[in-house]
Design a protein. Structure first.
Length: 257
C-alpha cells in the first residue's frame, strides 16, 4: 500500500497518543488495529511493511496507516517514535495521502504538535484532538497532489486577516487593505480562489465557525454569536436559519441528540 484516502471534515477521536519505544526486546513488531488509524512520526531508521508493500523509515518521516491494515516493523536497535491511534470520521471530501512520506521543513511543527497532543491527553482530551487534527491537515498537505502553487499572496493575506478578525467588524475595504490590493482586485482574486465574493466568504466562515461551536462547545448561544461577529441575536438566528437550515437552539439540540 502506497497511498490511502483521508477525510478531514471533523476532528479525529484519539484513542491513544504517546511515545513508542521499540526494538529493545525484539527486532520486529507486527500490529493490526481493526478500527483505528495509526499515525507515527519517526526518529530512527527501520523498514516498515504496510500490507505487502515495504517502505523505508528514517528520521523525519511520517506514516499514516488506515484501520485493519497489518504493519510489520523491522528495527535496527532501540527505536522511538511519537504516535497516535485514531478514529477518523468519514466527513468532508477525501484526500489521497502517501502512507509514508518525508515531512521536510514541516518536521519541527509536526513534532511539536504531536508532543503537545501527548502531553494534553490525560487532562485535556479536546486539546489532544485539536493538535492531532492540525497535524493531519499538515500531513495531507505534504502530499505531491497538494504541492500545487499556493493562493495568490493577497488571497492568503486576506484569508488570514478574515480568520483573525472573524469576531469583530469586517469590511471589504479593511480586508483589501490587509491584503495590499484594491477592493475590486481582491474580489476577483478571492472569487477565483474560493468561488465566493469577499462578503460571501466572510459570511460562510462565520456560519461555519458558529455551527462548530454550537455542536462542539458549551458556550451560550449569545457567546457563540458574539464570537463569530454577529452579536445581534435576531440577526444571528436569521443567519443560522438561512445558511444552516435551523435555529441555533435546534442546531445545538441535533448535536446532543
Amino acid at each position: 500500500m502506497h497511498h490511502t484516502r483521508l477525510h478531514l471534515g471533523e476532528p479525529p477521536v484519539v484513542a491513544q497518543a504517546g511515545v513508542g519505544v521499540h526494538g529493545v526486546a525484539s527486532p520486529t513488531d507486527v500490529f493490526r488495529l481493526p478500527e483505528l488509524w495509526q499515525l507515527h512520526l519517526y526518529a530512527y531508521d527501520a523498514e516498515l511493511v504496510v500490507g505487502t508493500t515495504p517502505h523505508s523509515v528514517r528520521p523525519g518521516r511520517v506514516s499514516l496507516v488506515p484501520p485493519g491494515t497489518t504493519v510489520r516493523f523491522h528495527y535496527r536497535g532501540r527505536s522511538e517514535h511519537l504516535y497516535a491511534h485514531l478514529r477518523i470520521p468519514a466527513s468532508g471530501s477525501a484526500r489521497t495521502v502517501p502512507v509514508v512520506q518525508d515531512t521536510g521543513p514541516e518536521l519541527p511543527l509536526l513534532r511539536a504538535l504531536l508532543r503537545q497532543a501527548v502531553a494534553a491527553a490525560p487532562r485535556e482530551p479536546e486539546r489532544t484532538r485539536a493538535e492531532i487534527w492540525t497535524a493531519l491537515w499538515r500531513i495531507a498537505h505534504l502530499t505531491p497532489a497538494a504541492r500545487r502553487p499556493g493562493p495568490h499572496p493577497a488571497v492568503a493575506a486576506a484569508l488570514t486577516h478574515i480568520e483573525a478578525q472573524l469576531a469583530g467588524p469586517l469590511t471589504v475595504p479593511d480586508v483589501a487593505r490587509a491584503a495590499g490590493v484594491s477592493h475590486n482586485h481582491l474580489t476577483r482574486l478571492l472569487r477565483a480562489a474560493t468561488g465566493d465574493t469577499v462578503v460571501g466568504y466572510i459570511r460562510r466562515r462565520r456560519l461555519d465557525r458558529a455551527h462548530h461551536l454550537l455542536r462542539a462547545s458549551t458556550l451560550s448561544i449569545p457567546a457563540v454569536a458574539a464570537s463569530v461577529g454577529i452579536p445581534d441575536l435576531q440577526a444571528f438566528n436569521k443567519a443560522c436559519r438561512r445558511e444552516l437550515g435551523a435555529s441555533p437552539r435546534a442546531l445545538r439540540a441535533e448535536a446532543t441528540s
